[in-house]
Design a protein around this ligand. Structure first.
Ligand code: SF4
Length: 887
């Protein structure tokens, strides 16, 4: 079967993928973002193409409906709301999962035709501070560097970036360069993450103190005589003011140490290394952006590169890596509430008229709209009365999720376009539209180095799913704007987007992809990845600002005077710990895609609160206990993990798990706080919380073929399996007794009446076991224990997928049927399913002592490389006696 060239739909690295209709996936060796490499998530894309969880037809008021009826309803509710309350009473909330063509049509519809800039995106939670920082410093939202810089730098500083897990292919590129040329790596992050493995220096600074650290670096560079004086004078403005402001709070290493909590020697080592290294890159991501001072953090970093003139040349410069696959494409379109279109801001006096003429727009929005946090506040207080949410799940991802849910509940009309029926937002939708998913839709995405690549369809759309640009155009047509939304295919949309980027562009707008405005449909179909800027008739691309000319009116880069301020939401005696949130290696966003893949769930199989051993002792929490985590926004209950890599006083939880996957719900239900005053990006990494240990009176393991939900006043986490699903259970109340226990178990198992039932009970030891067998196969089983000692999930899971032999039936309730495979323990290498126990055994018995030796013996780490940092950690731990106790 022939393969199609497309692009991975996950992170902003933007890896090229070769895909076949039957789901065979490989890295594209010709794509310049990855040259054939994929990480564990990308490599498992073929396993996400099933129908599980898909929304397959439109719904109105929870009932199936036709596309005609659903689109008519959206158009009618929008028209009536606009007529009664004005254009600002409606809004779109869209997504970095959108393709650029979807974004373009949505932005044009809202800003050009509805007449409101109330279109914002989940990129507000991801990249808004980088956008604002770039605009302040460069006069345009531009990442100056390219991925080759990762190969050519001598020093790479990773700030607030767990690149080993969140941008694995780029991180592996850095590791390869390190092996070849000895690149030094410094990681700046409150947590010791996988990215720190092998780094030359880890600066575990206090959350929110980054501005002081980089302000101190500017002071050090000035005092050490490493200012690029001539370059600064010729190509920048504001240096003296920025330096004076930096001196106020970060004038000495001692002052920086007091704010950041870092040892003075480590700060001095970092400053010295930066000062003496010409080829230095500073890479930053969500740890910088998702902060109430995110924009200042970005500018504090950029200031250091402007001070030394190290920008836009090989191996140097600030480098923002985007979280989402097409956050950059959305920024190019202008799909944020505070941008107009195609990198033209609202405050450019010529821009509104230019865009109005280009679009022939009857009522162009002339002022910014509501950013995400403000938008949902406006929904809650009734200013916004009709909301169309597309390709995102704000009920699970927006901070202070209870408030967002209250807003959705109160909103007179909510439409939701999604490919997943599992979205936590679905329960609030009056109309649901089934969106085409990755592999079914066509368009372009832009990655972190400004490279535009095609996402191509390689399978027919499932059910009645349709692309988002088509649904938007259909609603626009129903609102009377058919002539402006005549699109028959995505190529037409890209041509128009490219033409707008170059329309009356005298070179002052760096975002120029005019060369794509004349692409034929056939050329669009064949289009190879290209990097902007692409002025008409030129090849373009490459690094920007190397000539010292920037996107400001005077072409000078601007230093921004950044002064460290204490975090607005600091811990206090009532909420003494700081909750940080982030990603795990093998999951993506709210798991609507990755959560369907059993092997991606073997690395981390449920929500978990990571806390330092000192905090565990202080709050009397043991590993595996449940813990109630409470903030001023709400409370959730999840298992604890004792994690020495945490700073004492700080805890961490992943962002992915949500209502479909766990009783804990999304961590966003307790996260919140201040918003960056410039970018509008909310603080997601520093919520004050308190903890309360919850003693479990019983634990349980439920496996069944049926995927439906479980419910009750206990903890549960869903784990997909081949042929079924497992639920890890834990309760704090006493188990019911007698007939009530039987009835409860029967309801959990959900087996049909004709199923054969096996059971075993030892009330004195608190052990209860049930299994139901149907058509010779295990239909479900439930193990409850008051004293621990549950069977291995992986051992039993094998029997959901194949018939049971007689001897296997006998051993079923013992939890270890005859013939069951030995458990490997938690999977470390997802590509080759190599578990922790297998690794421990091989290290101990075969004497494996290096990552290469493990790769040769077990293949672990030899494909995507995402697990290499953990393999190194396991090898190091192998010297300690604790390892053997795991086996
Ligand atoms: Fe996809 Fe992984 Fe590449 Fe990111 S690094 S684009 S998730 S394959």
């Amino acid at each position: 079967m022939s393969s199609v060239r497309t692009t991975c739909p996950y992170c902003g690295v933007g890896c090229g993928v070769l895909a076949t209709a039957d789901g065979v996936i490989a890295g594209d060796p010709e794509h310049p973002a990855n040259f054939g490499r994929l990480c564990s998530k990308g490599a498992a894309l073929g396993e996400t193409l099933g129908s599980e969880g898909r929304l397959l037809q439109p719904h109105i008021a929870g009932r199936p409906a036709s596309w005609e009826a659903a689109l008519d309803t959206i158009a009618d509710r929008f028209a009536r709301t606009i007529a009664a309350h004005g254009p600002d009473a409606v809004a779109l909330y869209v997504s970095g999962q959108f393709l650029t063509e979807d974004y373009y049509v949505a932005n044009k519809l809202m800003k050009g035709f509805v007449g409101s800039a109330n279109i914002d995106t989940n990129s507000r939670l991801c990249m808004a501070s980088s956008v604002a920082g770039h605009q302040r410093a460069f006069g345009a939202d531009v990442v100056p560097g390219v991925y080759e810089d990762w190969d050519e730098a001598d020093l790479v500083i990773l700030v607030g970036s767990n690149a080993a897990w969140c941008h694995p292919v780029l991180f592996q590129r850095l590791i390869a360069a390190r092996a070849q040329r000895g690149t030094r790596v410094i990681v700046i992050d409150p947590r010791r993450t996988a990215t720190c493995e092998g780094a030359d220096l880890h600066l575990a600074l206090r959350p929110g103190s980054d501005v002081a650290l980089f302000a101190g670096l500017v002071v050090h560079l000035a005092d050490a005589g490493t200012v690029a004086t001539t370059w600064v004078e010729q190509h920048t403005s504001g240096f003296a003011a920025a330096l004076a402001t930096a001196r106020q709070t970060a004038g000495t290493v001692g002052a920086v140490a007091a704010i950041t909590g870092l040892p003075e020697a480590d700060i001095a080592a970092f400053y010295d290394d930066f000062a003496r290294t010409e080829r230095v890159m500073t890479v930053y991501s969500q740890g910088v952006n998702q902060s109430s001072s995110g924009t200042d953090k970005v500018n504090a970093i950029i200031n250091c590169h402007l001070t030394t003139g190290r920008i836009g040349r090989p191996g140097m410069g600030p480098f923002s890596v985007t979280g989402q696959p097409n956050a950059m494409g959305g920024r190019e379109v202008g799909g944020l509430a505070n941008q107009l279109a195609a990198h033209m801001p609202f405050d450019d006096p010529a821009a509104p008229d230019r865009v109005r003429r280009f679009w022939r727009a009857p009522r162009l929005a002339t002022r910014p709209g509501l950013k995400a946090i403000d938008l949902f506040d406006a929904v809650l207080d009734g200013r916004v009365k009709a909301l169309w949410i597309m390709a995102t799940n704000p009920a699970a991802s927006m901070p202070d999720a209870p408030r967002v849910r209250a807003a959705l509940e109160a909103c007179p009309f909510v439409a939701l376009s999604d490919c997943s029926a599992w979205s936590d937002t679905a329960r609030y939708a009056d109309v649901m539209l089934p969106a085409a998913a990755w592999g079914e839709k066509d368009g372009t995405v832009t990655n972190s180095e400004r490279r535009i690549s095609r996402q191509r369809a390689f399978r027919p759309a499932m059910g009645e799913a349709r692309p988002d640009w088509w649904a938007l155009s259909e609603v626009a047509r129903r609102l009377g704007w058919e002539a402006a939304f005549p699109y028959r295919c995505v190529a037409e949309i890209l041509r128009e987007h490219a033409a707008l980027s170059t329309f009356e562009n005298d070179g002052s707008r760096l975002f120029d992809i005019g060369a794509l405005a004349g692409l034929s449909d056939e050329a669009y179909e064949r289009m190879a990845p290209v990097q902007w800027p692409l002025p008409r008739g030129q090849s373009g691309g490459g690094r920007l600002f190397g000539d010292g000319r920037f996107g400001t009116a005077d072409q000078r880069a601007r230093f921004v005077a950044t002064a460290w301020q204490p975090p607005s939401s600091a811990p206090d005696p009532s909420y003494p710990l700081v909750l940080n949130t982030g990603r795990v290696r093998d999951q993506w966003h709210t798991m609507t895609r990755t959560g369907t893949v059993p092997r991606l769930m073997t690395h981390a199989d449920g929500p978990v609160l990571c806390l330092h051993p000192e905090d565990a002792a202080r709050f009397e929490i043991d590993a595996g206990d449940l813990v109630a985590v409470e903030s001023r926004f709400g409370e959730t209950i999840m298992p604890a993990r004792i994690a020495p890599e945490q700073r004492s006083g700080e805890v961490f939880a992943p962002i992915h798990w949500n209502d479909w996957f766990t009783s804990s719900g999304p961590i966003a239900r307790i996260v919140g706080g201040a918003v960056d005053p410039i970018s509008g990006q909310p603080e997601l990494k520093a919520t004050p919380v308190r903890l309360r240990a919850i003693r479990m009176t019983w634990r349980g393991l439920l496996l069944r073929r049926r995927a439906g939900p479980v419910d009750g006043d206990f903890y549960w986490a869903r784990v997909p399996l081949d042929g079924g699903v497992a639920f890890e259970l834990g309760g704090w109340a006493a188990l019911p007794e007698g007939a009530a226990l039987e009835a409860w178990a029967t309801a959990l198992l959900g087996a049909p009446a004709e199923a054969e039932r096996l059971d075993y009970a030892d009330p004195a030891r608190g052990l209860f076991r049930w299994a139901s067998i149907r058509e010779g196969r295990l239909d479900g089983c439930l193990f409850l224990s008051s004293a621990g000692g549950l069977p291995e999930r992986a051992t039993l899971a094998a029997f959901l997928a194949r018939p049971l032999g007689d001897d296997e039936r006998l051993g079923l309730l013992a939890g270890r049927p005859a013939g069951a495979p030995a458990s490997q323990g938690p999977i470390v290498c997802s590509c080759f399913a190599v578990g922790l126990r297998t690794l421990h055994r091989a290290i101990r018995e075969d004497g494996l002592s290096s990552v290469d030796a493990i790769g040769a013996a077990l293949k672990a780490g030899t494909n995507c490389g995402s697990c290499i940092p953990e393999l190194k950690q396991i090898l190091r731990d192998a010297d300690t006696p604790a390892v053997s106790s795991h086996d």
